[in-house]
Structures are given as C-alpha cells and as structure tokens.
Design a protein around this ligand. Structure first.
Ligand code: IMP
Length: 427
C-alpha cells in the first residue's frame, strides 16, 4: 500500500508523530519535497527527537528512508543531523538520497536573507535556510544536484560555472562574493561523506512498488504553504500536496492509494500572511503555551487561531484527503470558548473557499459555530467512545463539515497517546 501524509493547514500540524506512528508499518518512508525548513518532532520513550531533513523511519533499522528528487538538501546540515542521531545511539539505519535532488549551497542561504531584507514590510518570514533560492536556481537551470556533488570532476565544473553567476548576484546585492576554492574544498568533503547514500531513488521506489511494499510518503509543510495553491506569496517554494508526490518521487500517480490529512485541533502558522481565525489575545497565548507552539526550526512563536474548516476543505480538494488525523486534541481540554470556522464572509457574501488574492483573503471574516468545552483529562483515553461527549461533538462537527472521517486522534505527544478508529495502513 502507498500512503501519503499531507499537512492540511499551514504546516506544523504534528505530521512527525503520525508518520512515526504509521511508519512502524512501513517498509519505506519517503520525503519528496522541501528541505531542512521542515521540522518533525518525534517523542520516543520520553526522548524528544527533532528531524529536519531525515525521514522519520530512521529509528527503525528495517525501514528504507528515501530523500527523493523533489527535495533540496543542505549537505552540511544533513550530515550534522545524522551525526546527532548517531551520538544518541541511532546508528543502524538505511538512507537513500536521490542523485537528482538539488543541493542547498551557501549562497542560497545568503540570498534568502538578502531577499527577505529587500522585501521589507512584504517579507515572507522564511526559515532562511536557502530553500527558495535553491528551488529558483533549479527552475532557472543553474542548480547543482546531489549527483554532481558526489562526483568530484562534475562538481568542480558545475560549481565554477555557477559561481560566476551567483557571485554577480551576491555582488549586486552588496554581499560578499564567495571563493571557488573555499566552497569547493568544503563541499567536496560533504560529497565524499554522502556518496554512499546516493542512488536513483525513483528506481528504488518502483522496485519497492513491484514488491508491493508498504510505502509512506511523509509530507513537509502544509497545503496552505503550497507554491501553487497556498496563500501566495506567503508560501514555501515547493508543493506539499499529494498531487506533487508522484513527480517529486518519480512514481506514477496511479500508485497513490490513500491520503491522510494531518489537522491540528486548532490552527497555527509561522511567518507572515493572512490568517482569518487568528486569536491575538489571551486565549491565543494560552493555546500557544499549552500546545508548545514554537517553531521546531526557527523557535519563533507560532501564530494561533481557531480551527478553520475552510482551510481543511481546501486541502481536501487539492490533495484528495481520504482520512483525517486530528492532532493535539488534548490541548483543547479546559479551553472555555471553543469555536470552529465553517465559512467566510467576503464583501457580505458567504464563501467556502480560499480567495486567490491576498487582498481578498485579508478581507475574509470567519463564520463560526460555538461548541461546548470539556474539562476531563483525555490523555489516557484510547477508545473513541470513552471521550467526553463534548469532545466527540467537536470531532463529529469536523466530520460533518468536511465529509472526511477522523480516523486518528492524538491525545498526547507520545506514540501510544493515540486513538485509532480505522486501520488505514494495512500490511
Ligand atoms: P521557506 O520554506 O523557508 O522559504 O519559508 C516560506 C514560508 O513557509 C514561511 O512562512 C515559513 O515559516 C513557512 N514554512 C516553511 N517550512 C515550514 C514548516 O515546516 N512548517 C511551518 N511553516 C513552514
């Protein structure tokens, strides 16, 4: 079976926990887009692991972990992440990196910062990891790929040609130019260390499909950060949708069997851009503290708001979500004023979708329904029927307005603090 996990909001929905949880059934776990702008937090036996580039199957020696062609990879940070895992005893793992994935180079990080500064009030609020400039070079056909990095001759050639262009850009923006030899000498060493992991991952994945392996495609970011369909320009530089998986992993679309949308019980976003259900008040602060809503990568406080089902329905439309996993549900315990947004009012009219322009999106006012709160601790509940009635009503409201079954409910950070209503990843 091939299962895709997508974020149905603005990222940080708790995909790490679900992919780790479902990953126990997987033979292969794949990341297909983004880079170390993502941050997956995984709790294993009270130990906290924060992953940025590496797939969550890394903790299980039987799982093949794939970084596919659609990714942008920072070799230095990837090696650091692996070294950190090894220092904590995670030594026995299988990792495969696509020779077609693009390399995040030092100038990409410098340019990310410089463009943000130039944008002034209109800055995106990027993670400053060089993601956008790296994808821009890929599209402009001046990118460096992992296959080049691990071949000394090719790397020398492609870096010397590329650096001529990039140094002109750096100079134009008032930044220091980079020395070919400095960059070459540093990066060629990273290439040597990564070489053993590099292969044609499309070939590997198609062989696994032939064997009918269980493959989990773990999404990074969320649908509203999609370059195509998100709240442009306040988006990331790739498409974190189920539709992007085939092209970013080199498999045919017909091989995707099921899509799980990960949905936080409320909404958060980092960075700039419209956020109709945002709570800029004490209640927002309370949810932020209860949910530890601070960026895994940047440590920035996340903006917090009520659950927005217009956003979730939009994610359903662009990714074909078959099941929902409701995350951080326990954070809502004891929250007195509970509301769910079921539509927007725009210029006096009710709408049920995301307007394309920022101007219109900023004018959207949420239409809420109010729900009754619950006070009972739900961390130890493992059966849906044992949840307080008010909590069940919250979940049933989501199902009613999205027409998607909530198959997984997370009631705490640990792997086992989960209510499973349907087995969606069958062996
Ligand atoms: P970039 O991906 O670093 O270019 O950042 C673009 C936008 O996407 C910014 O608003 C980031 O905060 C946001 N973003 C990127 N990756 C993630 C993520 O994994 N979770 C949440 N937001 C993200």
């Amino acid at each position: 079976m091939r299962l895709v996990v997508v974020g149905s909001q603005w990222g940080d929905e708790g995909k790490g926990k679900v992919t780790d949880f479902l990953g126990q059934r997987a033979d292969v776990v794949v990341r297909s887009q983004g880079g170390n702008n993502a941050g997956h937090t995984i709790m294993i036996e009270n130990e906290k692991f924060a992953l940025q580039t590496i797939p969550s199957g890394i903790f299980n020696p039987h799982i093949k972990n794939v970084l596919a062609n659609g990714m942008v990879i920072n070799p230095k940070e990837t090696l650091k992440e692996l070294a950190n895992l090894e220092a904590r005893g995670i030594k026995d793992y299988q990792l495969f990196i696509s020779n077609r994935a693009h390399v995040i180079m030092p100038y990409h990080i410098m340019l990310d910062g410089a463009y943000e500064e130039l944008k002034g009030n209109h800055k995106i609020g990027t993670t400053k990891k060089g993601i956008g400039p790296c994808y821009a070079d890929k599209v402009n056909r001046i990118g460096i790929r992992i296959g080049d990095l691990v071949d000394e001759e090719s790397f020398k050639e492609v870096l010397s040609e590329t650096l001529i262009i990039k140094n002109k850009e750096l100079k134009m923006l008032g930044l220091e130019e980079l020395s070919f030899l400095d960059v070459y000498n540093e990066y060629v060493e990273y290439g040597k260390k990564l070489k053993k992991y590099v292969c044609d991952t499309s070939l590997l994945l198609n062989e696994e499909i032939e064997k009918d392996s269980n493959i989990l495609f773990e999404g990074a970011q969320g649908s509203m950060l999609c370059l195509e369909h998100g709240s442009y320009p306040y988006v990331t530089s790739s498409s974190p949708t189920a539709a992007s998986v085939p092209v970013n992993a080199g498999i045919a679309p017909k091989y995707i069997d099921h899509c799980v949308g990960i949905c936080k019980a409320y909404t958060t976003r980092v960075g700039e851009g419209p956020f109709p259900t945002e709570l800029q008040n004490k209640l927002g602060d309370l949810i932020r503290e209860k949910g530890h809503e601070y960026g895994t990568v940047t440590k920035r406080p996340r903006r917090v708001g009520y659950l927005d089902l217009v956003v979730v329905n939009y994610a359903k439309r662009i990714s074909g979500i078959d099941s929902l996993a409701l995350m951080l549900f326990d954070v809502l315990t004891g929250i007195d004023e509970l509301k769910i947004c079921i539509g927007y009012k725009l210029n006096g009219k009710e709408i049920n979708t995301i307007p394309a322009t920022l101007k219109e999106y900023a004018l959207c006012k949420p239409i809420y329904i109010e729900l009754k709160p619950w006070k009972e601790n739900i961390n130890n509940i493992r059966n849906y029927d044992d949840l307080p009635q008010e909590a069940k009503t919250y979940i049933e409201t989501i199902e009613k307005y999205t027409n998607i079954k909530v198959d997984i409910i997370s009631v705490g950070p640990e792997r086992n603090e989960t209510i499973i209503r349907r087995d969606i990843f069958k062996k």
